[in-house]
Design a protein around this ligand. Structure first.
Ligand SMILES: Cc1cc2nc3c(=O)[nH]c(=O)nc-3n(C[C@H](O)[C@H](O)[C@H](O)COP(=O)(O)OP(=O)(O)OC[C@H]3O[C@@H](n4cnc5c(N)ncnc54)[C@H](O)[C@@H]3O)c2cc1C
Length: 487
């Protein structure tokens, strides 16, 4: 009898040991998938320099190239779940497995969030949508892991639910999970955009808790290699955030408010940036020094550089909301981040259409000026859609942005039945249309037969404008480059 019990215990003990190691092995599999995924990312842009083919048949390629979050999330999760099934699996094993899966994916998520991206051919902006969805997936997987244990404990008569949940190591997991719930709630779009700084603080705190507390909670342990890997990645985040910082004061600030414009022009000392930087580059600025805790907790502010590198000053065009530049204050330049514009392809193509909305002009204008200088034979057209005529009046009176006949402005406030007025007071061969743009009729030049996969459209501004521009371009197989101002 005793012998029979002993052999039963031995069997259970052996099976527990097997399950233990099965989950450890599963963690290595997910790590391998993450590394393979990073290699795939590298190969995509190493061997295909630009996304220059968006034919319908190539939709898959186009989405792959532009890091479509759902496609890329599938590339990560489907292989991760391939080895999820375990022949003698039970609720406990699968719940633990999910916990391990979520923690291993944190390393990949930390890697994708690096600013600037360490992957050649990518900017950190390319990964923002995927980073958001991967974070959500990680939290949902962790929640299912917790739910699995709650169900197991409540069904198992041999264990006390209260004792299990109040066990300090389990409690740590519950605390991280509750904070993750809060993050999911705050990251809902209307809340996130309204309280962006709060969202960012909670995001950083939850990240920190997830990385540091879960190694105490997880059994079998995750310290080696995942926690150490995450520490290395967090160190990279810290180094990248301080390595190129520079303190500065603004050179001048010109408010458009006196002229009823919402725009503000800020000029910064030229020596903040290297002698050469490509058009479309943006900087990130913080009002705090790097020793101030808020430098690490709240987001820095990204702003496109509206001037070209040949200019004597760095010009920013802002539509300020909460954060405002003051003449007397000192600011910290975190770093500068070139856009991923395919400049070679753009310089050699025949037609480029740049469409920007509101303060998106700060991105469109330097690209427009650059392309006009690079290839005088090319047709480059800049369309600026802005709310008020005063925005245009203010900007063109202030900043020598080399406006020319290839620029058109659409003023959308106080629309007077499609009136087209000449801006005679600026002595420019330029049209100001007091109406919404009609993509089909206003862009005839870009609908003809000579439009092909070598033509480009660059758009920057609110999401709605970018999606209309994308639809227009997709119908005609025109290449598109999009710059989002809301992350
Ligand atoms: C690559 C890039 C380039 C940009 N260039 C310009 C530019 O040239 N001119 C310009 O006027 N604006 C630009 N923006 C937008 C600008 O950075 C934000 O509007 C600004 O940081 C808002 O700061 P705030 O504290 O005043 O915002 P809040 O009043 O807190 O929020 C206003 C809006 O800005 C968003 N926001 C807040 N902080 C950030 C942040 N750190 N990153 C992204 N979005 C944020 C919020 O979601 C909200 O929708 C750019 C954004 C990006 C991503």
């Amino acid at each position: 009898m005793t012998q029979a019990i002993d052999s039963k215990h031995l069997l259970l003990w052996k099976r527990h040991g097997e399950e233990h190691f099965a989950n450890v092995k599963y963690g290595y599999w997910v790590l391998l998938v993450s590394i393979a995924y990073i290699c795939v990312l590298f190969v995509i842009r190493r061997f295909r320099k630009i996304n220059n083919n968006i034919h319908k048949s190539d939709l898959f390629w186009s989405q792959l190239y532009s890091v479509n979050p759902f496609l890329h999330l599938s590339l990560i999760l489907v292989p991760s779940f391939l080895l999820f099934y375990y022949p003698h699996g039970n609720l406990s094993l699968y719940s633990k497995r999910l916990g391990r899966l979520s923690y291993v994916l944190v390393s990949l998520n930390l890697f994708l969030g690096l600013k600037p991206s360490l992957l050649q051919g990518y900017t950190y902006n390319d990964f923002v949508p995927l980073h958001k969805w991967l974070s959500r997936a990680i939290i949902i997987i962790a929640m299912i892991h917790a739910l699995g244990f709650l169900v197991k404990w409540s069904m198992d008569e041999q264990v006390s639910f209260v004792a299990k949940i109040s066990n300090i190591w389990n409690l740590l997991g519950v605390i991280v999970l509750l904070s993750a719930f809060l993050l999911i709630f705050i990251s809902i779009k209307p809340i996130r955009t309204r309280y962006y700084a709060l969202f960012y603080i909670v995001h950083n705190i939850v990240d920190f808790l997830l990385v540091t507390v879960i190694p105490l909670h997880a059994r079998p342990g995750v310290t080696m290699p995942y926690f150490l890997l995450n520490l290395v990645l967090i160190s990279c985040h810290i180094i990248l955030r301080i390595k190129n910082t520079k303190q500065f004061k603004i050179s001048s600030r010109i408010d458009g408010i006196s002229q009823s414009s919402n725009l503000t022009v800020i000029k910064l000392p030229r020596n903040l940036l290297p002698s050469n930087f490509p058009p479309g580059t943006h900087i990130r600025v913080s009002p705090y020094t790097k020793y101030h805790p808020l430098y690490w907790l709240v987001p820095s502010h990204p702003y496109s550089i509206a001037s070209l590198s040949e200019g004597d000053e760095i010009i920013l065009i802002l539509n300020e909301s909460t954060f405002k530049f003051e003449d007397t204050e000192t600011y910290l330049l975190q770093d500068y981040f070139p856009a991923n514009l395919p400049l070679e392809s753009l310089s050699n193509c025949e037609k480029t259409l740049i469409v920007c909305g509101g303060s998106g002009i700060s991105f469109g204008m330097p690209v427009f000026n650059f392309l006009q200088k690079m290839n005088s034979k090319q047709i480059v057209r800049l369309i600026w859609i802005t709310k008020r005529f005063e925005d245009f009046k203010f900007l063109s009176s202030l900043v020598n942005l080399e406006l020319g006949k290839d620029m058109e402005v659409y003023v959308t406030e106080n629309i007077k039945d499609g009136l087209v007025s000449h801006a005679e007071d600026f002595e420019m061969d330029l049209l100001v249309n007091n109406r919404r743009i009609n993509w089909e009729t206003d862009l005839l030049e870009f609908t003809g037969e000579d439009i092909n996969e070598k033509s480009w459209m660059i758009c920057c501004g609110p999401e709605g404008l970018i999606s209309d521009a994308q639809k227009f371009a997709s119908k005609r197989n025109i290449n598109v480059y999009k710059e989002f101002y809301n992350l």
